[in-house]
Design a protein around this ligand. Structure first.
Ligand SMILES: Cc1cc2nc3c(=O)[nH]c(=O)nc-3n(C[C@H](O)[C@H](O)[C@H](O)COP(=O)(O)OP(=O)(O)OC[C@H]3O[C@@H](n4cnc5c(N)ncnc54)[C@H](O)[C@@H]3O)c2cc1C
Length: 400
């Protein structure tokens, strides 16, 4: 295609995963362009937890100090039982010998994407292009031809490699014809955010709390700007009711035990999935982050595992670009897909079963298992390393 603009690597999607990968590539001297459908990086309240392993990785691109500065340090998190009031707490300070960040950082994910986009806009190797929606692409042995829709027309470009970091509904994954196997939870999740100080009403609250209950389990998360309250909703109820004042007042009355007029900053409904792409790429086109895998938010692993994809893919892409050998890209697929199944999917599905609680034997068995690992020094340490996502990284490195 003569006369068509060219670049080495095109990334679709300016979420956390696209911006992290673009920063790695630009800092390594590759020529990279991010194409984003929106007019800016998305500002919605989704991920809020950065795990220790992710903070270490992000330090290598110089962004962890910003997260430490803007975020809240949460060394301790709680599994709580809503009915009995039991609290099982875990303290990441216990793994301070293996990480310089023995805590989660609670910070809204858009701070990461926006700060990295700022850096990319100033970087000589990178460009950020907002208002470009990828429509279609076609690959051959030597490159990939892309077509984007803009406000005023169609833009075309040819690149050596295309990365789909375009989220849950990834058009890149769909054009590749890769199956996205798994399931969708029947109930949707409602997140409410409020500036009311929940800790004034609920004593001994951590910044991260998973509260189990068979009727209305909760996730209570502190981020610098607000408290976030996440609850499951009845599949039979309509959107208008779920976002109504009556719904909101009921949730806060049951939570705080008082009929307060709580004002909210956000009321957002999410459909939640457990899905993994059958392959994380084909030829010169690769998938990373939510484009490749989705999981429920219990444990805070979605964005973190996407950032882990970005670092793994960066390494492999570097080798492939330098040598022309595609084998490293196949290794990326094997390593990241394997740990997505063995860790992220398994752990989040377990977390969902636990938080749903219930009076049955299953819940009591899981509760006893958690109490047993809390009481055993070795098991507790192994659990903390797993939750901090060090174990899944080590597991991926073992896969040849
Ligand atoms: C309620 C909730 C809470 C969560 N909490 C956590 C948490 O605490 N910790 C955690 O790790 N994860 C959490 N997650 C998951 C996390 O938000 C996602 O895993 C993360 O945003 C994925 O990042 P991404 O960059 O892959 O995709 P996204 O953030 O979805 O970014 C994709 C980008 O691609 C753009 N795009 C899409 N299609 C096109 C196109 N055709 N052309 C151009 N651009 C396109 C979109 O506009 C978007 O900006 C949570 C999710 C939810 C719903």
């Amino acid at each position: 295609m003569t006369g068509v603009e060219r670049c080495q690597i095109a990334i679709v999607g300016a979420g956390p995963v696209g911006t992290v990968l673009a920063t790695l590539l630009a800092q390594a001297g590759q020529d990279v362009i991010i194409f984003e459908a929106g007019g800016d990086c998305a500002q919605d309240l989704r991920a809020s937890t950065f795990h220790p392993s992710t903070l270490e990785m992000l330090d290598t691109i110089g962004i962890t100090p910003m997260l430490l500065d803007r975020g809240l340090k949460a060394p301790v998190y709680h599994w709580r039982d809503r009915r009995s009031g039991e609290v099982i707490d875990f303290d990441l300070s216990e793994i301070a010998d293996v990480t310089r960040y023995p805590f989660r950082i609670q910070c809204e994910q858009y701070h990461l994407s926006r700060a990295l986009a700022d850096g990319l806009e100033k970087h000589g190797n990178a460009q950020m292009r907002f208002g470009r929606r990828l429509l279609t692409f076609e690959q051959d042995d030597a490159g990939v031809d892309l077509a984007f829709e803009t406000m005023t027309g169609i833009e075309k470009l040819r690149c050596d490699y295309l990365i789909g970091a375009d989220g849950a509904n990834s058009i890149v994954r769909k054009w590749l014809g890769i199956d996205f196997d798994g399931f969708t939870y029947q109930e949707r999740f409602l997140t409410l955010s409020t500036q009311i100080e929940l800790a004034d009403y609920l004593p001994n609250l951590a910044y991260v709390n998973y509260v189990s209950d068979p009727d209305e389990w909760l996730v209570l998360l502190r981020v610098p700007s607000v408290w976030r309250v996440l609850v499951p909703t009845d599949a039979a109820m309509g959107d208008d009711y779920l976002r109504s004042d009556a719904m909101k007042s009921g949730i806060f009355k049951r939570l705080l035990g008082e009929d307060l007029d709580v004002s909210t900053q956000h009321r957002t409904l999410y459909r939640v999935h457990q899905r993994v792409a059958k392959s994380f790429g084909r030829g010169r086109v690769l998938l990373a982050g939510d484009a490749a895998h989705l999981n429920n938010p219990l444990g805070g692993f979605g964005m973190n595992s996407g950032v882990h994809d970005a670092f793994n893919l960066f390494d492999k892409l570097q080798t492939t670009i330098a040598t022309g050998d595609r084998a490293p890209l196949e290794l990326y697929d094997r390593q990241r897909r394997t740990v997505t199944h063995s860790f992220t999917q398994t752990q989040t599905i377990d977390n969902m079963a636990f938080i749903k609680g219930g009076a049955g034997e299953g819940h009591e068995r899981r509760r006893q298992a958690m109490l047993a690992l809390k009481a055993d020094d070795d098991k507790r340490r192994a659990y903390l390393l797993r939750q901090a996502m060090f174990e899944s990284l080590a597991q991926a490195r073992e896969i040849a």
